[in-house]
Design a protein around this ligand. Structure first.
Ligand SMILES: C[S@@+](CC[C@H](N)C(=O)[O-])C[C@H]1O[C@@H](n2cnc3c(N)ncnc32)[C@H](O)[C@@H]1O
Length: 467
């Protein structure tokens, strides 16, 4: 078993993260993440607050933006709080499995904070390299913070000690599916088989690397050299253990932007867009807008969220690229002119981005999928009404769910008899044929490029609207 969190945790300033997030810094397991306060209690308290918000259904990004105790932290304390939180989220199933051996029966809901304190202690001793005594004694102190759980300090002390004593050897006995909700596992098994699903779950346990897309792809060798980056088969540059993205060479000059390599592929399916009118629907925070603008398209970027579009504006400013920005519900948007091509990166369950957003397994539910697929279908239908005859529509989602990807594309073809699928060819994606499914659609998985650090799960289908 590999223990991804041990390799060090990094909060990269990737495009989905809120500006109020923690510093893009590393708080690594080796040596143990540290904090400037002698006890590190403030970091642990902030992590507890973040976990409590996520338990109430907030996404991690939302929790980070709204959490005062986290916002008040700086430097290593902030990084440590972030590292604690994402480690608990990434390995929550594993941690709960191990805690379960020492707790007779599940704790009632009102003791959720007790459970979170135990999770934090276990994350430290099992994955973050914190000395056992520090993890256990701070857990006991945290129990004392709240009158209603102070009586559980003894239990916390006993269980945290036992987990620490059993150590990482106990991880070998944890089932592969522990960190994946049952409904997700079942749905992936149907689509990717038992082995494929295990590989995906294993990939989710690893900390993701940092991928960059170059404004000028022809400069890949030059910038790989300058940044000491690896050039991926897909053309992206890959870096690890970056402490601050903004300090990297080329950031200020807008030579590149952060974008998972999988997310960089759908745009390429539009081919040569130079001089073409392209609508980027659901565009924020703008990775695909930047690609289209860099390739010379006349881009109109539409998104319902103005705060998220602000990120597009900032990214355009930094890179010196141009796109028109429209804040509007895609379903209500009706421009005067139709597009030569449309990229629709629809809202989805985002199960393809669990490596970067380990909160997703705990805040998304099977019941969310039906509403999303219905919205996606309406968006496809509306997008087609904005496309010139003969035009191309790329429909894509950062989801591993067939309902949002493969099945959605099949259903669109059934609804629209003027629509045909145009298969993706390997040479359009730098020869990365592994990512093309039997229908000719793009399907990337977190387990792909595993030896290089994986990639997000993405689905993209290319449609042509008959003239
Ligand atoms: C997967 S993200 C898009 C990522 C983006 N294409 C990129 O490459 O950076 C989905 C986006 O859909 C937007 N969205 C959700 N519902 C929408 C709607 N009804 N109309 C327009 N945008 C919507 C969200 O605000 C979000 O920014």
């Amino acid at each position: 078993m590999t223990f991804g969190a041990r390799r060090g945790l990094r909060r990269v300033m990737e495009h989905k993260n809120p500006p109020s997030g923690p510093p893009a810094s590393t708080s690594s397991a080796s040596p143990a993440p540290t904090s400037t306060s002698a006890s590190g209690l403030d970091s642990r308290r902030a992590a507890l607050d973040l976990l409590a918000r996520i338990r109430r259904g907030f996404l991690l990004d939302e929790a980070l933006s709204a959490c005062i105790s986290f916002d008040e932290l700086e430097g290593p304390d902030r990084s440590f709080a972030y590292a604690l939180t994402v480690t608990v989220l990434r390995r929550r199933g594993t941690i709960d499995h191990l805690l379960g051996a020492y707790i007779d029966r599940p704790l009632p809901k009102k003791l959720a904070r007790v459970m979170d304190i135990l999770r934090l202690a276990a994350a430290q001793t099992l994955f973050l390299g914190t000395p056992d005594h520090a993890a256990v004694s701070t857990a006991v102190t945290l129990a004392g913070d709240r009158k209603e759980i102070a009586g559980y300090a003894k239990l916390i002390n006993a269980v945290a000690r036992k987990v620490a004593k059993a150590g990482t050897a106990a991880l070998e006995k944890v089932p592969a599916r522990a960190d994946t909700p049952a409904w997700m596992w079942r749905s992936w098994e149907r689509n990717y088989g038992p082995q494929g699903t295990r590989a995906i779950a294993e990939a989710h346990r690893q900390e993701p690397p940092l991928d960059l897309t170059l404004k000028n792809p022809a400069d890949a060798t030059l910038w790989a050299d300058r940044l000491q980056a690896e050039t991926l088969p897909t053309g992206s540059l890959r870096l690890r253990n970056i402490s601050d993205v903004k300090k990297l060479d080329g950031f200020g000059d807008g030579v590149w932007w952060v974008q998972d390599t999988a997310a960089s592929l759908p745009t390429r399916l539009l081919g040569d867009v130079s001089g073409k009118k392209v609508f980027d629907l659901c565009a924020a925070p703008g990775g695909k807008t930047l690609q289209l603008a860099a390739a010379g398209a006349e881009v109109i970027s539409v998104d319902i969220s103005d705060p998220r579009l602000q990120r597009v504006r900032e990214n355009l400013g930094r890179t010196g690229l141009t796109a028109a920005i429209v804040t509007e519900d895609v379903l209500r948007w009706s421009p005067d002119e139709k597009a030569d091509a449309i990229l629709l990166d629809a809202p989805c369950s985002a199960t393809g981005t669990i490596r970067r957003h380990p909160d997703i397994p705990w805040v998304k539910h099977e019941t969310d999928i039906a509403a999303l697929t219905s919205l996606q279908a309406r968006m496809i239908d509306h997008a087609l009404s904005l496309l010139k005859p003969g035009g191309t529509l790329i429909y894509c989602v950062c989801s591993l769910q067939a309902a949002e990807g493969e099945k959605q594309a099949q259903a669109a073809l059934k609804r629209h008899d003027k629509l045909t699928r145009k298969a993706v060819t390997a040479d359009e994606i730098s020869g990365f044929g592994e990512a093309i499914n039997r229908h000719g659609d793009l399907r990337t998985l977190p387990s792909m490029l595993a030896e290089k650090g994986g990639m997000d799960g993405f689905y993209a289908a290319r449609f042509i609207l008959a003239a």
